[in-house]
Ligand binder design. Sequence first.
Ligand code: SF4
Ligand code: SF4
Length: 150
Amino acid sequence: MADDAFSCRMCGHCCQGQGGILLTDKDLLRLAAHLGLEPAEVLARYAETRDGKVGVKCGPDGCCVFYKDGCGVHPGRPDVCRAWPFFRGNLVDESSWRLIQDYCPGVNPDVPFADFVRQGRRYLQENELEREDQGSAPNALLKVDGGDET
Ligand code: SF4
Ligand code: SF4
């Protein structure tokens, strides 16, 4: 079966909201390489710390500072951007999956939840987007051992 549970419509909804785009060390190095800047300069220009976590700043419009009619750093975007909508909560809770259909038009409501989960898990594995342990990566990401299923 084709991977039809999700196809991004480029609406930009997931690029809105304060503080949601966390930057891990891996993300920072990739973003810095993409921008041709030193990591410290990326942090100084584009990042802020909230509740002890480093994330991408938002602009006055409430969108991620990199959003300009689409992602302005797409090849260098952080893991949480790569993983959406296959976040842990949406993979373990069918009601969350239903709720995000109002927010993310890329999620296909006609594809059963079980297929969304199966396709999402495979996508995360193939793109190395599972987190190695609880403390070092955004909680939104599924654990690498699949131990988030409750
Ligand atoms: S909300 Fe969904 S469809 Fe819109 S840009 Fe984000 S991933 Fe794509
Ligand atoms: S880095 Fe790109 S994909 Fe991620 S929130 Fe910002 S504009 Fe959107």
